[in-house]
Design a protein around this ligand. Structure first.
Ligand code: FMN
Length: 193
């Protein structure tokens, strides 16, 4: 448990938050051990989730598994009517760009509000995961899946019916620290009475 008055912890936390960047500049030959992936996914699950629905689903791809993911995405796009050969070829191969790729899904809910909130909770979980990855020295890159509910992709991931893919996260050991990007100044309206 972090002491809330621990300045060191809060400074370290702020540093990690500010140094996280979307990047796949990494050592492509160095594997990310399964234990590290498991640790990041476990940390993702500490995000808030309304009604304790535990909506996150994880499938980790490495080695030849990444090509299977690309092929599943290519099949999904083809079934959805895509005929753009350039795009289909890119999708089939692009997950080989980092040693590890995580597909993160979101469970459905019968209640429309909880259905939406599940997605918010999964997004919060992904941010946890990205921050934890940054702290481990990993480059991370959140990308949108070619299709959110492609049946070949969901089947390969072992996700149940109705799951939507909220993010595909590339991971690899960072080779350099990307420069921070200026953020527009934040405007906070404090209403006190
Ligand atoms: C929901 C979501 C989806 C994203 N999808 C993509 C994507 O498909 N392709 C991509 O290049 N970046 C994607 N990104 C990453 C953003 O482009 C990136 O966060 C943004 O450029 C800011 O860079 P930074 O993360 O280094 O601050 C996504 C980010 C979020 C939050």
């Amino acid at each position: 448990m972090v002491n809330p008055r621990d300045d060191l912890a809060s400074t370290a936390m702020a540093d990690v938050i500010r140094s996280r960047r979307t990047s796949m500049v990494c050592d492509r030959e160095r594997e990310v051990p399964a234990e590290v992936i498991d640790r990041l996914c476990e940390l993702a699950t500490w995000a808030p989730n309304h009604k304790r629905t535990w909506p996150w689903r994880f499938a980790a791809f490495s080695g030849e598994g990444r090509m299977r993911l690309g092929e599943a995405c290519r099949l999904d796009l083809t079934e959805a009517g895509s005929t753009d050969e350039g795009k289909l070829t890119k999708v089939a191969t692009k997950y080989g760009r980092t040693p590890s790729v995580l597909v993160i899904g979101c469970a459905p809910d019968d209640h429309p509000t909880f259905h939406d909130e599940n997605r918010d909770a999964v997004a919060a979980g992904i941010q946890n995961l990205l921050l934890a990855a940054t702290a481990e020295g990993l480059a991370s890159y959140w990308s949108t899946a070619p299709l959110l509910e492609g049946r070949h992709t969901l089947e390969l991931c072992g996700f149940e019916a109705g799951v939507r893919v909220i993010g595909i996260v590339y991971l690899g050991w960072a080779e350099s620290a990307p420069a921070p990007v200026e953020r527009p100044p934040v405007e906070v309206r404090h209403i006190t009475r």
